[in-house]
Design a protein around this ligand. Structure first.
Ligand SMILES: [Zn+2]
Ligand SMILES: [Zn+2]
Length: 357
C-alpha cells in the first residue's frame, strides 16, 4: 500500500467487500514487479486518490463472482488485465477498433485499509500486490492452466506491452529489420514480439552487456553496446547505412525516441514503448530527421492489446515454445519484499522479479 506522497510503500492488512455485478474476486498467486508501480510512487500517485493499492501484473485463480458474471467461474486460472476495451462507449470501439479503446471497463472500488476502512485506489484498476483483489469481469482473462502462474502474470503488463508494441501497435511486418533500444523486461518482450512477427533482423541496443546477452538469447540477431559509441551510427553501420524498418524505444527518456527516429530507414516507424517522465519534449530536426526520411512516430498503451484475445494467444505461444516467458522470470520474492524490490527496480540486473503470494 502506498499511503501518501513521500511515504514508503508498506504491507498492511486490507479488507474486501463482496464482488458486485460483473465483478470477480481473484486469489492472486503471482504478480510481477513492473516499472509503472514505481512511476506511481515517484509521481505522487500518478493522479490516483490515496491510499493506493499497488500491483498491476497479477495472475491467480477466480475465487468468487458477483451477479451476471458469465465469462469466468470459481477455479478458473486468470490473468488480471489493466486494459479492458469498453466495447461500445468510445469512438474507437464504435468504429470496431478496440485496440485503441480510450475507455476501460472497471469494477467499483471494493478494497479497504483494514485499520480505518479507507477505500483503496487499485493501480490501473488491478491492485495485485495483495492475496486477493476484485476486478471487472472483463479484466479477468482466462488462460491455460498449463502455463505456470509466475509466467502467466507477465502477460498482464510488461510482456504484453513489449510484444504487443511489435505485434499489434506498430506492427512489425515479416522480413523486416528492427532495432530495440533498452533491453529491460519490456524491451526484451519487444524482441520476442518482433521475432514472433517474423522480423528477419533484430538489433538490440543497451549499455549493459548482460542485457544484450539476454536479448541474444531471446531472439536478437545483433547487439549494439550504446556505451561504446553513438548507437544510431552503430545501427546504421550494421544495416549497410540504410537504418531499420522499425525502431522501438523501451526507455522513457525522450532521447531514446529521438535515437529511434534517427535509426529508421526511409519510411520507417519509431515507436515509444516506455513511459516518459512528465513535461519533457523531443529534440528532433523536423526537416532532416523526420520529414525528409518520411518517418512515422508511434506510441502504444500496453501494446494496444485486446486481452481476451491476446493473452490466450501469447500463453499458447509460450506453451508451444514460440516465445520464452520462463526466461523472463529471474527472481521470485515474497509480498514483504515488494517495497525494497521497487526501490531496487531501476538498478536490477535480472529481467523480471515476480512476487509469489
Ligand atoms: Zn472503447
Ligand atoms: Zn506495468
Amino acid at each position: 500500500m502506498f499511503a501518501g506522497p513521500g511515504e514508503r510503500p508498506a504491507v498492511e492488512e486490507i479488507a474486501l467487500d463482496p464482488p458486485g455485478a460483473n465483478e470477480v474476486q481473484v486469489r492472486i498467486e503471482a504478480c510481477g514487479v513492473c516499472h509503472s508501480d514505481l512511476h506511481v510512487v515517484q509521481h505522487d500517485g500518478w493522479g490516483l486518490p490515496f491510499p493506493i493499492l499497488l500491483g498491476h501484473e497479477g495472475a491467480g485463480v477466480v475465487e468468487d463472482v458477483g451477479a451476471d458474471v458469465t465469462s469466468v467461474a470459481p477455479g478458473d486460472r486468470v490473468v488480471v488485465a489493466w486494459r479492458a476495451p469498453c466495447g461500445d462507449a468510445c469512438p474507437s470501439c464504435r468504429r470496431d477498433d478496440p485496440r485503441r479503446c480510450s475507455n476501460n471497463l472497471r469494477g467499483r472500488r471494493r478494497m479497504h485499509r483494514a485499520a480505518d476502512g479507507a477505500l483503496l485506489s487499485p493501480v490501473l484498476r488491478c491492485g495485485c500486490y495483495a492475496d486477493r483483489t476484485i476486478v471487472h469481469e472483463a479484466c479477468a482473462v482466462k488462460v491455460p492452466e498449463a502455463l505456470p502462474v509466475e509466467q502467466a502474470c507477465l502477460l498482464a503488463c510488461g510482456f504484453s506491452t513489449g510484444a504487443g508494441a511489435a505485434l499489434w501497435a506498430t506492427p512489425v511486418t515479416p522480413g523486416a529489420t528492427v532495432a530495440v533500444i533498452g533491453c529491460g523486461g519490456v524491451g526484451l518482450a519487444v524482441v520476442q514480439g518482433a521475432k514472433l512477427a517474423g522480423a528477419e533482423r533484430i538489433v538490440a541496443v543497451d549499455v549493459m552487456p548482460e542485457k544484450l546477452a539476454f536479448a541474444r538469447e531471446l531472439g536478437a540477431t545483433d547487439a549494439v553496446d550504446a556505451s561504446a559509441g553513438d548507437a544510431v551510427e552503430q545501427v546504421r553501420e550494421l544495416t549497410g547505412g540504410a537504418g531499420v524498418d522499425f525502431a522501438f524505444s523501451a526507455i522513457g527518456a525522450p532521447a531514446g525516441l529521438v535515437d529511434a527516429v534517427r535509426m529508421c530507414a526511409y519510411a520507417g516507424t519509431a515507436t515509444l514503448v516506455g513511459i516518459p517522465p512528465p513535461g519533457r519534449t523531443l529534440d528532433i530536426d523536423v526537416e532532416r530527421d523526420l520529414f525528409a526520411p518520411r518517418i512515422t512516430i508511434g506510441t502504444t498503451h500496453g501494446g494496444d492489446t485486446i486481452p481476451q484475445e491476446d493473452f490466450p494467444f501469447l500463453a499458447n505461444a509460450a506453451l508451444e515454445g514460440r516465445i520464452d516467458l520462463a526466461r523472463f522470470v529471474t527472481a521470485e520474492i515474497a509480498l514483504d519484499d515488494v517495497p525494497a524490490a521497487l526501490e531496487e527496480l531501476e538498478t536490477q540486473r535480472g529481467i523480471r522479479t515476480v512476487v509469489r503470494l
